[in-house]
Design a protein around this ligand. Structure first.
Ligand code: PMM
Length: 292
């Protein structure tokens, strides 16, 4: 495995320019945009548009994780994502993340220009994943899920969903560290919608500060267009859930999430800019009040 990052140039989340990760799904069946960007040219053009809209990271995925989705083999996944990662790496300057649970796909995507691996199985689907990421010196997102996509929404149960997810992520982050992934390269994700009921998803979002403190690394939150939002606002069409998504983007960024993974990048970037201005005004106002 080629070590792409020279010593001292290892990936660090702290260097990422903003909090918005844009989704580039190269799948025929993702729940919100399946089939729209299956041609590499369409996916590349879409990704470039997301960067123009302010995405700080692009997340390229070739296997749908939608509830009930069938798994795809590595060959199919490689055929879908590698031309897109290569094309995006040639056209955009933001980091490219590869959304995969397979080490062979991660390795090929890194060779094609990806510098982050977003693993919805937190290293559990493929025993070679954590060492692959460690050897390459790239960034790593470890996400919590309960069961595989095909079965995960069948009556998920937790003793205490927040404590269970924190305990799981802490354990998987320790496995990532033990495999040699650098502390600064780690990010965790509670996996909204992955083996969770509406109540579980809401409890995790309601407890974000507790969850962030518990895992001890930056946290990514992915609520975009997910079915719990559709159920809350009674909207079936995933692409019509962007307003509901934005409510969760405001909530997550206000409560300490470091990054949000969204389809509607423009809206999330506007939220982040306005929240940043309000945070600065809050500090300035406090200084005026304290100097009285
Ligand atoms: N959600 C999806 C896919 N990949 N990765 C992370 N880290 N977090 C998520 O919440 C997440 C993910 C499913 O959404 P999509 O089918 O719209 O990509």
């Amino acid at each position: 495995m080629v070590r792409l990052y020279a010593e001292g140039l290892m990936f660090r989340w702290a260097t990422i320019a903003g909090p918005v990760m844009g989704v580039v799904n190269v799948t025929p069946d993702s729940f919100s945009d399946g089939g729209r960007f299956i041609a590499p040219e369409a996916a590349i053009e879409h990704g470039i548009g997301l960067v123009d809209a302010g995405a700080a990271v692009l997340d390229v995925g070739g296997e749908s994780t939608r509830p009930g989705a069938a798994p795809v083999d590595a060959g199919t996944e490689l055929d879908r994502v590698i031309p897109v990662v290569e094309g995006l790496a040639a056209h955009v300057s933001v980091p490219i993340s590869i959304d995969t649970t397979k080490a062979v796909v991660a390795r090929a995507a890194i060779a094609a220009g990806a510098t982050i691996v977003n693993d919805v199985s937190a290293g559990e689907a493929d025993t070679a994943m954590l060492s692959t990421v460690a050897d390459a010196g790239v960034g790593y997102v470890a996400m919590h899920r309960r069961g595989a996509s095909a079965t995960m929404q069948r009556d998920p149960q937790y003793t205490d969903v927040v404590a269970d997810v924190v305990e799981y992520l802490a354990r998987r982050l320790d496995a990532a560290r033990a495999a040699g992934i650098a502390e600064n390269a780690l990010m965790a994700d509670p996996g909204i919608g992955f083996g969770k009921t509406i109540e579980h998803n809401l409890a995790l979002l309601a407890s974000l500060p507790e969850l962030i403190a518990g895992v001890g690394v930056p946290v990514l939150v992915g609520t975009s267009r997910k079915s719990f939002l559709g159920r809350l606002v009674d909207v079936d069409e995933p692409a019509a859930r962007d307003d509901a998504t934005l409510a969760t983007v405001v909530w997550a960024l206000e409560r300490g999430a470091s990054m949000v993974r969204v389809h509607d990048v423009r809206g999330a970037v506007q939220v982040a800019v306005v929240l940043g201005a309000l945070a600065r005004a809050t500090v300035a106002r406090r200084e005026v009040v304290e100097s009285r």
